[in-house]
Design a protein around this ligand. Structure first.
Ligand SMILES: Cc1cc2nc3c(=O)[nH]c(=O)nc-3n(C[C@H](O)[C@H](O)[C@H](O)COP(=O)(O)OP(=O)(O)OC[C@H]3O[C@@H](n4cnc5c(N)ncnc54)[C@H](O)[C@@H]3O)c2cc1C
Length: 408
């Protein structure tokens, strides 16, 4: 990309030259006609099927299988599965578009679909053996297989170098032992991508990932732990679970590869924040037009109108960052820096926007039947899951300092 200075010197003027030469570069942040159709298809499904029961899923804590099936029937849940394995062969941006639309109406469904549209599927597709791909990917595309990623442990959260779950080699097999915490969809997952420490090797050089099927002897799922978002989280214990070496997804020393893959999850987590904020904002625009005080709609008061305007500015900015991170991933994974910047802004933006929306609804926003309450709760997930904003800022700062090496 050229600098502004170079454009300004062009005889046709900066704008003409920019448009002519960099159209492709700009367009990658725009949705193509295909992606617009994808967004509209998802929106229709979400409005018709997901929105009406959004609170019900939370109250019952039930996994929304029928929504996953609806997403599969519409060719959406398998969007990240390569075409040769029965999926849509879509991009990260496709997945971001789908998740933004789902989370606009139903957080439970977005969280239920996140892994299959995101890192679990991509990691299987990129790092899995041919046999692994053939066994699991078609089932994911059909909406028949839920795969949980098991990273967090009771004593290991942000600092993955301290992972304690072990994989010990033994005659063409590995024995897996350890406990994982805060695991999404532990009740329904048939397959676990387990982050482990291989053969007691210390620090990051020992960390990798291995696949464990649910029915492997030694796997036990703890009780459902209810959450603010409605979905339950689970502790999962692996006690001398014997799996073949062919289940190794990432070998020891592959922490960087795993974190690279996880940049995709960070980008999709950010897309969910954008969707939640947009859903809240839509509700506030409608409510503030209908709610009259002092003889006029409340959005005619500057205090309310400016809150809506501020919300719009922040949502647009976050969406562009998500699209940048997703679009530039190509066939690989989003960059650490771009995913971190997008996630941090989007997560914090959603907190501010949904809080503004609660204020716009006034006391009526506190009632569950009005949607401000649910969006405020849903927005709280983003900064907790997939790497916190503090950890993202550490990564962003490291990136900046590394880029500055030699200039200081
Ligand atoms: C809804 C939900 C679903 C989840 N699903 C899964 C799942 O499916 N699989 C899975 O493995 N995990 C899952 N998690 C766990 C999630 O990934 C962790 O909560 C997250 O990684 C943070 O770890 P922790 O909770 O142990 O916090 P800790 O690491 O203990 O951090 C606590 C606080 O300290 C701060 N902190 C920690 N280290 C630093 C540092 N170096 N610099 C500055 N501040 C720091 C953090 O930002 C945070 O504010 C889920 C969490 C939630 C909320």
């Amino acid at each position: 990309m050229r600098t502004n200075g170079e454009y300004a010197q062009h005889p046709k003027g900066a704008e003409a030259q920019f448009a002519a030469e960099d159209r492709d570069e700009l367009l990658q942040y725009e949705l193509t006609a295909r992606q617009e159709e994808l967004r509209n298809r998802t929106r229709e499904l979400a409005e018709e099927k997901f929105r009406p029961r959004a609170l019900e899923w939370e109250r019952t804590g039930e996994f929304p299988w029928e929504n996953i099936q609806a997403l599969a029937d519409a060719g959406l849940i398998g969007m990240s599965v390569p075409v040769e394995f029965g999926g849509g062969g879509g991009t990260w941006l496709d997945a971001a578009v789908i998740l933004e639309e789902i989370s606009r109406t139903c957080y439970t469904t977005a969280m239920a679909a996140l892994g299959e549209l995101g890192v679990q599927t991509r990691a299987l597709a990129v790092y899995g053996t041919e046999a692994v791909k053939r066994k699991y990917l078609p089932l994911i595309a059909e909406g028949k297989l839920i795969c949980s990623v098991c990273i967090t442990e009771p004593d290991t959260g942000s600092d993955l170098n301290a992972l304690q779950t072990t994989a010990t080699s033994s005659n063409n097999s590995y024995l897996i032992s350890g406990k994982k915490a805060l695991i999404s969809r532990g009740d329904v997952a048939q397959l676990f991508v387990v982050y482990v420490r291989y053969d007691g090797k210390p620090g990051s050089s020992g960390v990798g990932a291995i696949l464990v099927e649910r029915d492997t002897p030694g796997v036990s799922i703890g009780e459902a732990q209810p959450t603010l978002g409605g979905e339950s989280l689970y502790e999962i214990t692996f006690e001398n679970c014997l799996v073949p070496t062919s289940n190794v997804l990432v070998e020891a020393g592959g922490l960087t590869r795993m974190l690279t893959a996880f940049n995709g999850q960070r980008t999709l987590n950010a897309a969910i924040s954008v969707g939640i904020a947009q859903g809240a904002q839509d509700a506030a625009v409608i409510y503030s037009s209908h709610r009259h005080q002092g003889g006029r709609p409340i959005n005619e008061y500057q205090g309310i109108g400016w809150m809506l305007a501020d919300n719009a500015i922040q949502i647009e900015a976050a969406r562009l960052l998500v699209r940048r991170a997703a679009a530039r991933a190509g066939a690989g994974f989003p960059s650490r820096y771009e995913a971190a910047v997008a996630k941090t802004l989007a997560n914090e933006m959603a907190l501010t926007v949904t809080d503004n929306v609660m204020q716009i609804f006034g006391g009526h926003g506190w009632l569950q039947k009005n949607s401000a309450e649910r969006y405020l709760r849903w927005a709280r997930y983003g900064p907790l899951g997939g790497g916190t904003p503090q950890v993202q800022r550490n990564g962003i700062a490291r990136h900046l300092l590394k880029s500055a090496e030699g200039m200081l």
